[in-house]
Each structure stands twice: as C-alpha cells, then as structure tokens.
Design a protein around this ligand. Structure first.
Ligand SMILES: Cc1ncc(COP(=O)(O)O)c(C=O)c1O
Length: 409
C-alpha cells in the first residue's frame, strides 16, 4: 500500500485534502440540525441494558414510557424461545431476497397466519414496517393516478407516494368532510388511492374509518390502511382498526409493522391474493431487498399466537391506558384527544418540551421529544406510549414524575 502524510494511506490523505471542494461533505459538516442534535443529545440514547419496561441509561434505571411494545411481548418466554429455536434451525439469515434465494417455508407460514388473522386471502412480509408500508403505496399507484392522503400520515407513506410519481392531494387530518371536498374538486377520472392510518402514531387518534371508507367507496378509491399502531391494540384479539369498526371488506390493503405489538422487527402487507401477487411482482422493496430473518419471523409468529391464546395482555394494555390517561387529565395536560395507548403530551413549543422531558428523566421516566417539523407547528410534544408490561408500581412512579414535570414547567 502507498502511504501518504500523517501515516495514512495515500487515497485517504487525498480525500482529506480535497474535502473542502466537496459541497456534499460541507453540507454534512455544517448541518444545523445535526449540530444541535449533537449538542443537546436528545436522541439516539443507547441503553446499557433492558429488563421488560426497565431500561438502564448512564447507569440509572428508567421506566421506558415510549416504546411501541404495546402488548409487552418482547420479553415473553414463548417469544424468546421461538426466536432462539428458529435461529438454531435456520441459521441467522437467509442472506437473499424472497424473489431469488431468500424464501423459506417459515415466511409462508407467518404470512398464512397473518392473513388468516386479518381475514385476508394473502399477506407478504418484509424486513421493515417502513418498507412494507412504503411499498403498499409505491407498488400500486403510478404516474397519472391521484392519491388522497391524510395530512398527518407517517413518513414511510409519504416516501411511497413520492416514489409512485402519482399526483398527491392532501386532506385535513381525519376529516371526512375535507376528503369529500377534495375529491369533488378534483373531479378526475384518474385511478385513485386513499392513504390513511388506522391509529395515528403521534396523535393516538383512531381513523374515522366508517365515513372515510364510505367516501372512498363512492369515488372508487383503492384504500391503503397503515395499521402499525392499531394492530394488536384495537379489534377482536387485536385484529386492528378495520376489525374494530367491522369494515374489513372496505379496505384493499392493510399494512403494518412487526416491531410494535408483535415484538419483532419487520413489516407486512395484507390483501386479496391478486393484489399481493401483484405486489410481489412489482415491489422493488421486495424484489431487491433481503427476506426477514428466521428469528424475526418466529418472534412475530409466536406473538401472533399469544395474542390469540392470552387475552390478558390486551386487557391489561387498556386498563393501564385508562389509568394513565386519567392521570394526565388530572394534571391538566393536553393529550391531543388521544384515544389509544399512544398518548402525546402536547406542550406547544420546544422551549417547554425540553425541560419537561428532562424533568421526567430526572425522576426515572424515559420518553421521546417530538418537535416541529416532525409535528405540526405549535404541537411540539412528548410522545409516550403505554404497554401491558407496565406494572402498578411503575404507573405510580410515572404519576409522581409527571406531577414533578408539571411543577417544573
Ligand atoms: C404509522 C407507521 N407506519 C410504519 C412504521 C414503520 O414501522 P417499522 O418501525 O417497523 O419500520 C411506523 C413506525 O413507527 C409507523 O408509526
């Protein structure tokens, strides 16, 4: 190897000296948001250990109050054992895409069970909820189509919309009236798609599915429902938002994540057989991306079975949620009218969010800040989420921490 100055290989020395000529490197170096993030370190906390809803950060035990482990199955012995057994049987990874060398019978088994649970003909699983939901839009819509999108949908759905190259029309969050107005105004013969969430991850709102899906039917919209936060939480045994309203047949695609109630990592898209087979032919996120690993799939499948065998987790989730919401209400906190275990505490500005978050941390409660533009201006908030795994003692400690944070405001 050729060596340059300062004992570094010549090619690295070259890049060191030409660094300033690369405007993309300058963009990274000068990025204000990155500088602020590194200065205040509000994100990317690496916990040193975890035991259920207790995590250790900087040597201190904290209650995790912002994970999406709604049913609390991530430490369930059957889930852990399923993941271990799958790895022993199948190895760590298939190291390939489903299309080519990466498909295994365990994928088909999980898909069959998810489809049956959701009352769908077929299902397709992938490595991330983000990719699954993105592909639920990008695989079906194309240039010339019109997508009707709730203004508050998740980033993965916006990415899917952009990739599809379809025209997008936004409507006010969860507003059937605005959806109807927008559809009447565009009056287009183009193919149409409605993109909504079942439970909105930041707000905790449940989609007004009866009205929205009725309007979608009237206008011939193909409906995509991202139920990442409704799955496991709403409906019979946690079948999700469509089941909660008894409107399964009105929704063309239900997509979601394996990394929330299913206590794994990955995503799914469920629908009719012809729609799922079309996705398998056309989704770049499937064709060119590796299959989910044996242990990920096995953990999701075990959780799915537990959801059906052990109703106590769902019951506990909702009783914890009711207690928690009552607590926040008694403290006069604004929860954006959340109806679900995803409960935001809206504080309205980053100047109020940061000290509130710090005060909770001081009292042993870990939460996540979400500030504009991640949320609409004036809605800067602390995102909290309740789990079935939170104990009564933890809920008491959370109550004390909240009262303390409110006093500090
Ligand atoms: C509504 C919604 N869809 C999709 C995703 C992506 O899921 P995953 O984290 O499994 O990639 C999330 C994640 O937070 C989400 O909130």
């Amino acid at each position: 190897m050729e060596w340059g100055p300062f004992n570094v290989p010549a090619h690295m020395a070259l890049s060191f000296f030409t660094r300033d000529r690369k405007s993309l490197l300058a963009r990274c170096r000068d990025d204000y948001a990155t500088k602020m993030r590194l200065k205040y370190a509000p994100f990317y906390h690496a916990m040193e250990s975890q035991d259920g809803t207790t995590v250790r950060l900087d040597g201190k035990d904290l209650i995790m109050l912002s994970s999406n482990d709604y049913l609390g199955l991530s430490f369930h012995p059957r889930v852990i054992e399923a993941g271990r057994a799958a790895m022993l049987r199948w190895g760590t990874s298939t190291t390939g895409a489903r299309t080519s060398n990466g498909s295994r019978t365990y994928h088909l088994e999980l898909e069959k069970r998810l489809a049956a649970f959701l009352g769908r003909e077929a299902c397709h699983v992938s490595v991330a909820g983000y990719l699954a939901c993105l592909s639920s839009v990008a695989s079906f819509a194309q240039k010339g189509d019109v997508i009707l999108a709730d203004k508050n949908i998740h980033s993965c759905l916006w990415d899917g919309i952009r990739l599809s190259m379809a025209t997008v029309e936004r409507f006010s969050h969860n507003s059937p009236d605005d959806l109807r107005d927008v559809l009447n105004a565009i009056n287009s013969e183009a193919a149409k798609m409605l993109v909504i969430e079942g439970v909105y991850s930041m707000e905790g709102h449940i989609a007004r599915l009866p009205e929205l899906s009725e309007i979608a039917e009237e206008h011939g919209c193909f409906t995509v429902l991202d139920d990442a936060h409704g799955f496991g939480v709403l409906g019979r045994q946690g079948r999700g938002t469509a089941d909660h309203f008894g409107l399964n047949e009105r929704i063309d695609i239900i997509c979601g994540s394996l990394s929330k109630s299913l206590a794994s990592t990955g995503g799914f898209v469920a629908g009719s057989s012809e729609v799922i087979e079309y996705l398998r032919t056309n989704s770049k996120q499937t064709i060119f991306s590796a299959a989910i690993s044996p242990s990920q799939a096995a953990c999701a499948q075990a959780s799915l079975q537990i959801m059906q065998d052990e109703p106590e987790h769902l019951e506990r989730l909702w009783s914890n949620t009711r207690k928690y919401r009552a607590l926040l209400k008694s403290l006069g906190l604004d929860t954006w009218e959340s109806e679900t275990p995803a409960v935001p505490i809206v504080l309205g500005s980053k100047e109020r969010v940061y000290p509130f978050w710090k005060a909770l941390l001081e009292k042993g409660v870990f939460t996540v800040m979400s500030i504009a533009p991640a949320v609409p201006a004036g809605k800067d908030l602390i995102r909290t989420a309740i789990s079935a795994m939170h104990t009564d003692e933890q809920l008491e400690q959370i109550a004390e921490a909240m009262a303390y944070a409110v006093r500090k405001l």
